[in-house]
Design a protein around this ligand. Structure first.
Ligand code: DC
Length: 230
């Protein structure tokens, strides 16, 4: 079985940047599981379907092909063969993704597709339910968290850098609403696996955050250590 590292945690905790950097350092694949929910959300929105219409959302999911590939720094998500990597990063898609992710049948399909990624080799995956549901036997489990103010400021900067005008208050509210939905949904809620290592990135810059995660991985006996220590 391929070596698997999972990083779970709430929105905007820095999972994506950290997972990419760690995957790059260890020469492993990167898997963004949120991108699967976002791609589906985009299709649901474009079809004019309501996210709470579970049957319609499930039918769309069943008729979709979502794939994730590329290097950690150049990862791409494909929806029915079309590269939607840029389109899925809007606040509207974030909100819709959190809604479609609460549909149990959708989660079942996504988990199946995400598990198949392990066949392509060792990976660093990030999401909400990787340590608990998708890869419960992962070699290393990290739960990355940060206080809501830190997360809101980071997400705000990220969106503004991409030319999306947002206010800090609106971003904080979005994050709190999505966290609440992700934590309270009955099926696979956002939850730290009992055997996960918790890393709080509130006071850490990116390098320190990546180093903290690499240190946990380096302690694993099967760690691809040659690059971890470099
Ligand atoms: O990580 P992200 O912001 O791209 O995720 C978008 C939404 O997808 C998030 O609100 C919850 C959902 N999600 C999930 O339920 N399970 C995952 N493994 C990843 C994301």
């Amino acid at each position: 079985m391929s070596f698997v590292v999972v990083i779970d945690g709430p929105s905007a905790a820095g999972k994506s940047t950290t997972a990419r950097a760690v995957a790059e350092r260890l020469g492993m694949r990167y898997l963004d599981t949120g991108a699967f929910y976002r791609a589906l959300a985009l299709k649901v929105a474009q079809a004019g379907v309501r996210a709470d219409d579970a049957a319609a959302v499930t039918a769309i999911a069943r008729g979709s092909v979502i794939d994730f590939s590329g290097s950690p720094s150049q990862a791409h998500v494909f929806l029915d063969g079309r590269d939607v990597s840029g389109e899925i990063r809007t606040p509207e898609v974030s909100e819709m993704a959190s809604r479609v992710a609460a549909v149990p049948e959708v989660r079942r399909l996504m988990v199946e597709w995400q598990r198949a990624m392990r066949e392509r080799g060792p990976l660093v995956g990030e999401g909400r339910d990787l340590g608990t549901v998708v890869f419960p036997d992962a070699d290393v489990k990290i739960f990355l968290e940060a206080d809501v103010e830190t997360r809101a400021k980071r997400r705000c900067r990220e969106l503004q850098a991409r030319g999306i005008a947002v206010s800090l208050d609106a971003v904080r509210e979005d994050i709190e609403r999505r966290d609440h939905r992700d934590i309270t949904r009955p099926d696979s809620p956002l939850l730290a696996a009992g055997d996960s290592h918790r890393v709080d990135s509130s006071g850490l810059d990116l390098d320190a955050q990546v180093d903290a995660v690499l240190a946990v991985i380096a302690a694993h006996p099967r760690c691809p250590s040659s690059r971890a220590s470099g």
